[in-house]
Design a protein. Structure first.
Length: 306
């Protein structure tokens, strides 16, 4: 057990959704990722991260894969200078609203009895259960999801709209004049969050959400990064995900746990989220109850770690 919840940190204020209850902590917004290195020095960044570690013990940072290289480099520099094995930097291919939802789920689970290693590695698992997409007024410049030449051509027709699913499996469908567009939805209970841009959200709220049997629909603020991610400001971004913390808890608890052979933390899946060491093949794993190696310095990360 850990005295304080593991800190969930994000690289922008738009990735922090309102807490659904008084038990769910907020996320830490890293100023080292928000502000320019010219205005927020490395010393300030180190102090910011050190304070989080002092208060929470461990820090899980969600960083969009689309974030500028300068943000990624600064985060890794912070971890290296602090020589800390208590910082997990998780890059996610989810769209902006999807990352905000993932951060919320990790925040909900952070108050449960999961160890930091399990919580951090649960991010990959939970990502597969987030249905994130957008209603777009154009796909002419979209490069995050495969787009056919025919769809590109239709983008130039005034009034044409496209329903796009980015995760868990990319899909694209033209919305017909009758409002029909098939996007494969989740086969489990979800709540849908949607964030309107410069087009009306009616199709998302009155057509898509009922077809997906969403248990609730809620409007949130559109993340600042969304227009760049989707390559148009004419959009309504949406994400349907499991809202119930008890279901999330059961989902993570049902997965086998192992000890990282490199840093000693618990993990689920095939790779440690803190040191990036892969799980050895089944025949090479220690027997149940065997002690893992003691934690190592972040400057001695295994080959292939980032």
């Amino acid at each position: 057990m850990y005295a304080l919840p593991t800190a969930i940190a994000v690289t922008g204020p738009d990735l922090v959704l309102p807490s659904p209850d008084r038990h769910t902590p907020s996320a830490a917004v890293l100023q080292s990722a928000v502000q320019s290195p010219r205005t927020y020095s490395l010393d300030q960044s180190l102090t910011e991260m050190h304070t989080l570690i002092e208060h929470h013990g461990y820090v899980v940072v969600l960083c969009p894969a689309s974030a500028p290289a300068s943000v990624r480099h600064r985060l890794h520099a912070i971890r290296s200078v602090l020589e800390s094995d208590r910082i997990a930097i998780l890059r996610s291919d989810l769209p902006p609203l999807g990352i905000a939802v993932l951060a919320l789920q990790l925040r909900q689970l952070s108050v449960c009895d999961f160890s930091p290693g399990v919580l951090a590695s649960a991010a990959r698992l939970l990502s597969h259960y987030i249905y994130a997409g957008a209603l777009l007024g154009s796909v002419a410049r979209l490069d995050r999801v495969p787009v056919t030449l025919q769809s590109h051509a239709k983008s130039w027709v005034p009034g044409t709209q496209f329903a796009v699913l980015a995760t868990p499996r990319p899909e694209l469908a033209k919305v017909t004049a009758d409002g029909d567009a098939h996007l494969p939805g989740p086969g489990f209970g979800t709540k849908m969050l949607y964030a309107p841009g410069r087009i009306a959200p009616d199709w998302v709220t009155t057509a898509l959400a009922p077809v997906w049997h969403c248990q609730g629909v809620e409007e949130v603020r559109l993340p600042a990064e969304s227009a760049r991610w989707w390559a148009t400001g004419k959009l309504v971004e949406f994400a349907a995900a499991i809202p119930d913390i008890s279901v999330l808890y059961q989902l993570v608890s049902s997965v086998r746990r192992d000890d990282c052979h490199w840093c000693g933390l618990e993990l689920i899946g095939d790779r440690c989220a803190f040191c990036a060491a892969p799980l050895p093949p089944p025949g090479e794993r220690p027997s149940p109850g065997a002690r893992a190696l003691p934690p190592r310095s972040v400057n001695a990360l295994p080959r292939g770690a980032t």
